[in-house]
Design a protein around this ligand. Structure first.
Ligand code: ADP
Length: 308
């Protein structure tokens, strides 16, 4: 039997969270009550989620030769994520996000992408055999765009399904769209890419149709608590999200992507994979953190049975 493998080409940023009473003003120092360090970055979050949902997972990215990079490698090894295509960049630091949070949950974020921006077309060529052995390859836009576009084109040429989470959103070259099998923007990303103000199911459907006109095969637009809309050549379908008491929606889109990639790689039908992704992401919003909030597959499956 051929292995079902999810490969993610993407970013790693360590998240340094400082939580206090209030945010500092420019020039001011405040004392934070709490400090948490957590692995993040869209690519890394999606790979971690895919692995947690049972997929054999490989990550292609760049980290620095520093404690944050080692922390990432340890985390991937613990989760069974293959690290053979992670380059350790000796010229620059690992990606770092510093997140200041006040008692109401308002935040200030600054990101230094570091090694993520050095992921190169050569790294993609070096990982050719891993990419070619994948069931599906996931991409986002937190690395050098030229490298992501190059990788998407190569993987598509090799006949491997491509999945793009176009975040942070940036206009894409027209000729890239036919290389994207599945695109998965949220409302604001879909609005930036299509020029359509996406706020609800009809406007998300219109955006999905726009993506199909550009050459994408499957458009999947997520709508937060309103679930997601699927548009393919034959289908226009709204998938509702279950009602949950959301506590922290940070990273819900990444968990959606990781869950979808894992379900797709297991061979689930598109609608079943979307259903699984929606329930996984919804459940994650009831917990704090991003990778800390990823439920396990059994939990999602029983949640799917108990909710209508
Ligand atoms: P992003 O995190 O990229 O902004 P969304 O906000 O669209 O993406 O959320 C992605 C998915 O997470 C949704 O499709 C849904 O399944 C789930 N989700 C997000 N917010 C909620 C919520 N308040 N209630 C239930 N599910 C949610």
């Amino acid at each position: 039997m051929t292995a079902k493998i999810v490969t993610v080409v993407g970013s790693y940023n360590v998240g340094l969270f400082l939580k206090g009473e209030r945010l500092p003003s420019p020039g001011e120092t405040v004392i934070a009550a709490e400090f948490v360090e957590s692995g993040g970055g869209k690519g890394s979050n999606q790979a971690v989620a895919a692995a947690r949902f049972g997929a054999e997972t490989r990550f292609i990215g760049r980290i620095g030769e520093d404690s944050y990079g080692h922390y990432a490698l340890d985390m991937y090894r613990r989760l069974g994520i293959s690290t053979t295509s992670i380059q350790i960049d000796r010229t620059i630091h690992s990606g770092v996000s510093i997140i200041l949070i006040d008692k109401e949950g308002n935040n200030l974020i600054s990101v230094a992408p570091g090694a993520n921006l050095n992921l190169s077309p050569q790294d993609i060529d070096d990982a050719q055999s891993i990419l070619q052995a994948s069931t599906i390859v996931g991409f986002q836009l937190e690395n050098s765009h030229d490298t992501v576009f190059y990788a998407l084109r190569r993987v598509h040429e090799w006949g491997i399904p491509t999945f793009l989470d176009p975040a942070p959103a940036t206009p894409l070259p027209d000729d890239l769209y036919p290389c994207i099998d599945i695109i998965k923007p949220n409302e604001s990303e879909a609005s930036i890419l299509t020029g359509i103000d996406v706020t609800d199911v009809p406007s998300a459907t219109a955006a999905g149709e726009w993506f199909l006109q550009q050459g994408v095969t499957v458009a999947l637009i997520t709508l937060g608590r309103a679930g997601a809309v699927l548009v393919t050549a034959d289908v226009r379908q709204h998938f509702a999200a279950p009602l949950v008491e959301a506590l922290d929606t940070t990273g819900a889109g990444d968990i959606f992507s990781g869950a979808f990639l894992a379900a797709y790689a297991r061979g689930q039908a598109l609608s079943d994979a979307i259903h699984f992704a929606i329930y996984s992401a919804a459940l994650s919003t009831t917990r704090l953190g991003v990778i800390e909030s990823i439920p396990d597959t059994n939990e999602v499956e029983s949640f799917m049975k108990t909710t209508v």
